[in-house]
Write a protein that binds this ligand. Structure first.
Ligand SMILES: NC(=O)c1ccc[n+]([C@@H]2O[C@H](COP(=O)([O-])OP(=O)(O)OC[C@H]3O[C@@H](n4cnc5c(N)ncnc54)[C@H](O)[C@@H]3O)[C@@H](O)[C@H]2O)c1
Ligand SMILES: O=C(O)C(=O)C[C@@H](O)[C@H](O)[C@H](O)COP(=O)(O)O
Ligand SMILES: [Zn+2]
Length: 356
């Protein structure tokens, strides 16, 4: 195992998962180990780590899969396990799964007895390149994405890309959206590289390198602004519209995967980047067509515009009742806290509805 990033980083691409987990469990001051996973990740991934952490059933909580389960009910199940399982301030929670258990488990650990240590073992592409890293934890609440949570770094993030072998194509594509986001906020070269990568028939050897690059990009922004007071808002590109789409879809019982919602959101925020910052329209169209070809189209119409706008007013980047967008002057040239009129937001939604 070797630290993937700088020496102070907590992210490790493991080479021998069993040995590396045992290292962490044996070298961290803790008395009891608990595990949180979701049903699918537990079924497909736990067998790979069982020998290392062989937990009894009374130290394990398994929640149903799916983002709609990232809520207060699942959260109280984790608190219940820890409380009735005899966890104390020196206990350790391991999350095994995608971004949903990472966010939920990180928040449960950060709030149980005012905080116990947790280790993330991400098992989806989206969690490996994004959700498991950077310390954003939390749950959805009353229809709003990540409405409740804390910033708190995992003790360690153990990346084992072989978990991706069982991940379905839709979720591979979903994770690719966050990798594309990292490219757009980082450099034109990275965009060119990912533009030519066929995520629908992935070359897994190359994907492992691309995962490492994506993690480095995220870690760069997190290290510079851990609590998202400024430049870390770059990592939220595509999310003001994206979270609104995700919440609307969940509300209408037609859920979309997070990465897909972010891809739809990036098209809208590139359009806003054009009208507010002069991002070249031909490049907006090139990227929009590329994203449509990979992620498809999110169907909505003018009747949804007001609801989508109201959802955006809950975005956590906002200040003094102003919606703050993260936009781009050019690829790799970020402008945070950009404002737009309601009409311009509606224009961006109208642009999106007409591109398919
Ligand atoms: N905290 C952050 O910085 C951050 C960043 C990005 C996204 N997120 C959050 O992460 C969530 C999305 O994460 P996700 O896309 O990983 O979703 P997810 O955790 O719901 O996982 C997607 C699906 O894949 C299944 N799965 C997990 N591992 C698998 C494997 N190895 N093989 C087969 N199936 C597997 C899960 O059971 C689930 O059905 C959203 O809630 C989003 O808000 C958080
Ligand atoms: O790490 C960050 O910062 C991000 O914004 C990463 C996003 O991809 C992720 O979806 C995050 O959970 C969104 O944050 P939120 O503050 O908008 O809930
Ligand atoms: Zn995201």
């Amino acid at each position: 195992m070797y630290p993937l990033l700088s020496k102070e980083s907590n992210v490790f691409i493991v080479e021998d998962l069993k040995k590396d987990i045992e290292y962490f469990i044996n070298n961290f001051q803790h008395d009891k180990v608990f595990l949180l996973s979701d049903e699918t990740a537990y079924e497909l991934c736990y067998p790979k780590i069982k020998d290392a952490i062989g937990l009894s059933a009374d130290r394990t909580v398994i929640i149903p899969s799916g983002d709609h389960n990232k809520g207060i009910e699942s959260l109280s199940k984790v608190w219940h396990l820890l409380s009735h399982g005899g966890a104390d301030r020196k206990s350790l929670l391991i999350t095994l799964g995608g971004g949903m258990p990472c966010d939920l488990g990180g928040f449960a650990a950060s709030t149980f007895k005012r905080g116990i240590q947790f280790i993330n073992i991400p098992t989806t592409l989206l969690a490996q390149v994004d959700a498991s890293i950077g310390g954003k934890t939390g749950i959805n609440f009353e229809g709003f994405k990540n409405e409740v949570g804390v910033f708190n770094q995992a003790t360690a993030v153990l990346i084992e890309t072989s978990f991706l072998d069982t991940l379905d194509g839709e979720n591979i594509i979903s994770g690719f959206a966050e990798m594309l986001k990292h490219a757009f906020i980082y450099s034109a070269d990275k965009w060119e590289q990912l533009k030519n990568y066929d995520i629908k028939s992935p070359d897994y050897k190359l994907l492992k390198e691309l995962v490492a690059d994506s993690i480095r990009i995220k870690d760069h922004f997190v290290q510079n602004d851990p609590l998202e007071n400024h430049i870390r808002k770059a990592l939220n590109f595509g999310h003001t519209f994206g979270h609104a789409f995700e919440s609307l879809a969940m509300h209408e019982n037609r859920p979309v995967l997070h990465g897909y919602a972010v891809a739809f959101g990036m098209i809208c925020e590139l359009y806003l980047s054009h009208i507010r910052l002069g991002f070249p329209m031909p490049l907006v169209m090139e990227i929009a067509n590329h994203l449509e070809a990979i992620f498809g189209h999110f169907e909505f119409d003018k009747a949804h515009f007001e609801e989508l706008y109201q959802l955006m007013t809950h975005d956590k980047k906002n200040e003094s009742n102003q919606i703050n967008f993260t936009l781009l002057e050019a690829i790799g040239k970020i402008q945070i806290n950009c404002q737009a009129t309601k009409d311009e937001v509606f224009d961006a939604l109208h642009f999106y509805t007409n591109i398919s």
